[in-house]
Design a protein around this ligand. Structure first.
Ligand code: EPU
Length: 423
C-alpha cells in the first residue's frame, strides 16, 4: 500500500503545470454515450476516476482508449446493455452521470444507487425527480434505479437545491428529449458550463449553462466531439494553499484564475499575492499569513472542495479563523488528523474554529477522502519533521502526480511503499 512521505520546512519555488479538470472530464466522458460515433477528449488528467469511468463506458459497450492526456471512444457496433453495476458505481459516485445519457439515448437505464460516502449521505433525489419531469418512469429497488421512457419530453424542472451532477445529468437527458426543457435553480459551477460547451459542439442547443436557468432544445441525434478539457480549478487552488502555508513563489501554468475568483479573494486577504501572467498565475507569500473566515457555498461561493486545504493553511496563520461547511454534512474528517499534527481546531456542528500560529508536527495520518488527503499534505509541508499520509488511493482519484508536482518546486516529498504496514 502506498503512502506519501513529506518532510516539512521547505519554501516552494518554481513552476507547476495544472492538469485538466477531473470534475469536467467525468461528465464529458459520460456525454460520449449520447453519440454512436467516436469522440476525442484532450487534456484529460491521468487519474483513477478517469480509469473507472472508462471501465464503466466499456461495460456499456463502448470501445475506450485511455492514453492520458487523451481519451478516445470508437463508433458503437452491436447491442448495448444500458446498465451500470454496483461494482463500478461504488468505486466512484460520479458514475451516476451515465443515468441521464443512457435513458435519453436508449429509452431505459439501470444504474446502481451510489450510496453515501465519507463526506455525507449525498442523495440523488433531484436527479430522479428531474428525469421524472421529463417523462421517465423511475423505480428504485434492490439498490438500483431503473429509468424507463419511450421518449423523453421537454419540461420545466426547478431544482430544490443546486446540484452539480444533478444539473449535468438533466442537461444530458434533455439534449435528446422532444421539445424544450427549462432547468431552474441550476448549479453554476464552471464544470457545468463546460459540459454545455461540449453538448453544443455535439450539435445540441443548450443556452445558459453556467447560470441558474438553462434552456435546452432537444435534438433527434447528436454528433461526436473533439474537445480539450478546461484546467482544474481545485488542483490549482490546492497548490495556492500549499504556497500560502509553506511560503515561496510558484507559477501555476494554465491555472484558471477566473474560475478561482471566490478562492483568490480569500487567499489575498490571508496575505498571498496572486497575479495573472498571460495564461499562467503567479502565486506567492513572503510576509505573514493572516486568519480569514470562510463559509462554503455553491459557485460562485467558496467551494467546499477547497475547505480542507484552506483549513490546513489556516492552522499556521496568525489568529483565529472560522470555517463553516454548508454543502456536505460530514466534511471535517481531516480535523482529527490535523489535530494529531498539533493543530488547534474546535468543531461545533458545521463550523470549525481554527486557532492558528501553533507549530505543526509531522505525524502518521490517515487520508479519508480526496480533499482531506490534500489538506494533510499541505500540513505536512509546514510541519516539523516527517508526515506520512496513508490511504493515498484517495489522492490518486483526483490529483495527477501531486508528489512529483510539489517535489518539482522544492518540497521534500515522495511516494513510499509501506511493507506489511496498515493501509
Ligand atoms: N443533493 C441532494 N439531492 C440531490 C443531489 C444533491 O440533496 O439529488 C445535495 C448533496 O447531498 C449536497 C448538495 O446537494 O449536500 C450539493 O451536492 P452536489 O450534487 O452539487 O454534489 P455532486 O454533484 O455529487 C460535485 C463534485 C464534488 C463537489 C460537489 C459540490 C463531481 C463529480 N463531484 O458533486 O466534488 O464537492 O459537486 O461542489 O463533479 C471532489 O472533487 O472532491 C468532489 C467531492
Amino acid at each position: 500500500m502506498d503512502a506519501i512521505r513529506v518532510v516539512g520546512g521547505r519554501r516552494l519555488q518554481g513552476r507547476i503545470p495544472i492538469s485538466g479538470a477531473k470534475n469536467a472530464a467525468l461528465p464529458i466522458l459520460c456525454a460520449t454515450l449520447l453519440s454512436d460515433r467516436g469522440c476525442r477528449l484532450r487534456n484529460v488528467p491521468a487519474l483513477r476516476d478517469i480509469q473507472t469511468t472508462a471501465a464503466l463506458l466499456r461495460f456499456l459497450g463502448r470501445d475506450v482508449e485511455v492514453a492520458c492526456p487523451e481519451v478516445t471512444t470508437a463508433t458503437v457496433s452491436g447491442e448495448v446493455r444500458p446498465e451500470a453495476p454496483y461494482e463500478l458505481v461504488r468505486q466512484m459516485r460520479a458514475s451516476v452521470l451515465v443515468l441521464g445519457p443512457l435513458v435519453a439515448r436508449y429509452g431505459r437505464a439501470k444504474v446502481s444507487l451510489p450510496g453515501g460516502c465519507a463526506i455525507g449521505a449525498r442523495p440523488i433525489d433531484q436527479h430522479l425527480k428531474g428525469l421524472e419531469a421529463l417523462g421517465a418512469k423511475i423505480n428504485v429497488e434492490h439498490g438500483y434505479v431503473t429509468a424507463e421512457a419511450g421518449t423523453l419530453r421537454g419540461a420545466e424542472y426547478v431544482f430544490d437545491l443546486p446540484t452539480v451532477t444533478g444539473t449535468e445529468n438533466l442537461m444530458m437527458a434533455a439534449v435528446l428529449a422532444k421539445g424544450v426543457t427549462i432547468l431552474v435553480n441550476c448549479a453554476r459551477e464552471p464544470e457545468v458550463e463546460e459540459l454545455g460547451r461540449v453538448l453544443n459542439k455535439m450539435g445540441a442547443h443548450v443556452e445558459g449553462a453556467g447560470t441558474s436557468v438553462i434552456t435546452i432544445r432537444g435534438k433527434d441525434s447528436l454528433d461526436p466531439f473533439d474537445h480539450a478539457v478546461i484546467a482544474d480549478r481545485v488542483e490549482a487552488g490546492t497548490f495556492m494553499a500549499a504556497v500560502g502555508a509553506a511560503g515561496g513563489e510558484v507559477l501555476l501554468e494554465g491555472a484558471p484564475l477566473d474560475d478561482l475568483e471566490p478562492v483568490v479573494v480569500r487567499l489575498r486577504q490571508a496575505g498571498l499575492h496572486v497575479e495573472r501572467q498571460g495564461d499562467d498565475v503567479l502565486v506567492g507569500r513572503h510576509g505573514a499569513l493572516r486568519a480569514v473566515n470562510v463559509t462554503t457555498a455553491p459557485h460562485p461561493g467558496f467551494p467546499t472542495d477547497m475547505q480542507a486545504q484552506l483549513m490546513a493553511m489556516m492552522c499556521v496563520a496568525d489568529g483565529r479563523s472560522v470555517l463553516t461547511e454548508t454543502i456536505f454534512e460530514n466534511r471535517f474528517m481531516h480535523v482529527p488528523e490535523l489535530q494529531r499534527m498539533g493543530a488547534h481546531i474546535e468543531t461545533r456542528q458545521h463550523t470549525a474554529i481554527v486557532d492558528g500560529g501553533f507549530p505543526l508536527q509531522g505525524a502518521s495520518v490517515m487520508a479519508t477522502d480526496l480533499r482531506a488527503s490534500a489538506s494533510l499534505i499541505i500540513a505536512g509541508l509546514v510541519a516539523e519533521g516527517e508526515t506520512l499520509v496513508r490511504r493515498v488511493y484517495h489522492l490518486d482519484r483526483g490529483y495527477e502526480s501531486i508528489e512529483k508536482k510539489l517535489g518539482g518546486v522544492g518540497a521534500e516529498i515522495e511516494r513510499v511503499r509501506l511493507e506489511g504496514g496498515l493501509p
